[in-house]
Write a protein that binds this ligand. Structure first.
Ligand code: NAP
Length: 252
């Protein structure tokens, strides 16, 4: 596992938005950031799941989070502009943006891939992250030390049979993160990096590998060290890099 432990309150006074915060890795990241003192904005499509995470954070006496229900498969440019306006009025700045929400789509050959599923995967995994990032950049610029993290996958750098739109969407995510990092490097203090979580015990992993014993994979909580590192001040100046959450050492 990536070797890092943030000091207590490392994320105090930071406001961090997490997409897909209702379940899996996003849920663990939101709770982890709150535990380190951050105010987290919980974005996801299921209000019920977001409320459960909200309650969990409040019960632990951590900074009160915010809930922002948003279905990334339907949201359009104007919805992200509205999101930016609401967050600006409420928080004034954004110190962290974790693009975590994704869908798997179908595990099927390209020759049989449904075009509508392809569109939906690209919409949620790529287009939504593009539109949200663009709308929120001014708020991220208002922080002296903002961090954007994109989530990729092992199939984001190496195509594998039957991974279809999911794999293509992760290649696109890697490209988007590299381009944005290069564009911001000399003109902004915003850093942009990529995490490859590796096999992790979530609903998505169970759907992709139904025959696998879930206990053979680490939990979302186990892979949090690299998330803590990239959202906190210790990663200032680190940009355009790809991190394996489960690697024994730092970025390749
Ligand atoms: P997960 O358990 O399926 O959680 C995904 C989250 O995204 C859920 O909260 C889900 O909401 C949300 N989401 C899906 N579609 C959405 C939409 N249209 N609008 C808003 N939110 C939406 O997946 P995970 O395993 O935690 O994956 C998190 C990230 O890690 C993804 O980017 C995934 O590609 C990446 N990853 C995971 C693994 C792994 O082994 N788990 C490996 C490599 C990469 P609902 O709960 O309502 O469905």
């Amino acid at each position: 596992m990536f070797d890092y432990q943030a000091p207590p309150q490392a994320l105090a006074k930071r406001t961090i938005l997490v997409t897909g915060a209702g379940d899996g890795i996003g849920r663990a990241a939101a709770i982890c950031f709150a535990t380190l003192g951050a105010t987290v904005i919980l974005v996801g499509r299921s209000t019920e799941k977001l409320e459960a995470v909200y309650d969990d954070i409040v019960e632990r006496n951590l900074p009160t989070p915010a809930i922002y229900p948003c279905d990334l498969s339907r949201s359009k440019e104007e919805d992200y502009s509205e999101m930016a306006t609401i967050l600006e009025n409420e928080f004034g700045k954004l110190d962290g943006l974790l693009h975590n929400a994704s869908i798997l789509g179908e595990r099927t050959p390209i020759s049989q891939y449904e075009a509508s599923t392809w569109d939906n995967v690209m919409q949620v995994n790529v287009n939504a992250a593009f539109m949200m990032t663009q709308a929120l950049l001014p708020l991220l610029e208002a922080s002296k030390d903002a961090s954007i993290v994109f989530t990729s996958s092992g199939v984001g750098t190496q195509g594998k049979a039957y991974w279809g739109a999911y794999s293509v969407s992760k290649f696109a995510t890697e490209g988007m993160a590299q381009i944005l990092a290069a564009e911001l490097e000399n003109i902004s203090s915003i850093r942009v990096n990529i995490i490859n979580p590796g096999a992790t015990r979530t609903n998505m992993r169970a759907k992709a590998y139904p025959g696998e014993d879930p206990v053979s994979n680490p939990t979302p909580e186990d892979i949090m060290p690299v998330y803590q590192y990239l959202m906190g001040p210790d990663s200032q100046g680190t940009t355009g890099q790809r991190f394996d959450a489960q690697a024994l050492s730092g970025p390749f």
